[in-house]
Design a protein around this ligand. Sequence first.
Ligand code: A2P
Length: 304
Amino acid sequence: TDLTIKLNNGELMPAIGLGTWRANESGLLAQTIKTAIGLGYRHIDCAKLYGNQEEIGKALKEVDVPRKDLFIVSKFEENRHRPELVAGALDEILNELQLEYLDLLLMHWPYAIKPEANAMSFASSDIENVPIMDTWRAMEDLVSTGKVRSIGVSNFNQTILEKMIPQCRIVPAVNQVEIHPYLQAKELVKFCKKNGIAVTGYCPLGGRRVNVMNDNFIKHVAEAHIGTPAQVALSWALARGIAVIPKSTNEIRLKQNLHQVTLTSDEMRMIGKIERHERKVDPASDNEELEWVFHEDKMECPVI
Ligand code: A2P
């Protein structure tokens, strides 16, 4: 649980965080946060979009760990990309979480929608052209307010980052993207590392459709280490220097996810070969205009 990743501004990010997406059943999430922190979790990954930050805020008020020992991440929604809305978006998040500051604020997606549009379900006509750099500069301005220690991005592909980095006053500290053994993001991870951007992998266990935990090779490695497939998937990402944010509401699995198995270099190499390019989360499945987000070969990013 002491594993940390050093960000490009010197801040330390605990390498294992608690995911909170779809942990919405009332009461269960607050209990999960308290249990997780009791077990040693210090990094909590939140987002405005998940609609559950008030419950997380209440739970954080009741835990016995000093604020400075926690690493709280949140993300603002695509309907707050207009530069004049970004500071207010952070204030909304801080209010919901009842916090004075965030450790890390992320731009949740590299595209904008209209302020009145619903980020959970929007139409193509809601998408608007706010240049990513305009939103990013507004985020850069937040750092000196003390309301956020580090700023970063989420769901950014290499093409966008390549265009963005030379224009940044502050290079993103983190890029949070989907990563698991069936979607390994090898090129992107290499690029981020080379440019000092830490990577956090979301959905590190895959999911129902992308069933990494049922993979025969992962199961075989798990047996060899007297561990579980989940531990193999998480240990594989951590060994690559990637932070992970598995979600669980179950105490046994929360505890299990904090403990790695030590994979051999052969096992790392073999897991490298089970790549399937199977993505769980893709905005293009609802709006094909957004195909450029993850299929950069097919369409150029229109707004940078
Ligand atoms: P549970 O909460 O019952 O443990 P996400 O992809 O959003 O991070 O969700 C992770 C999913 O994997 C959740 O459904 C969670 O269910 C499950 N899960 C988390 N940890 C483990 C584990 N160690 N073994 C098996 N399933 C897990």
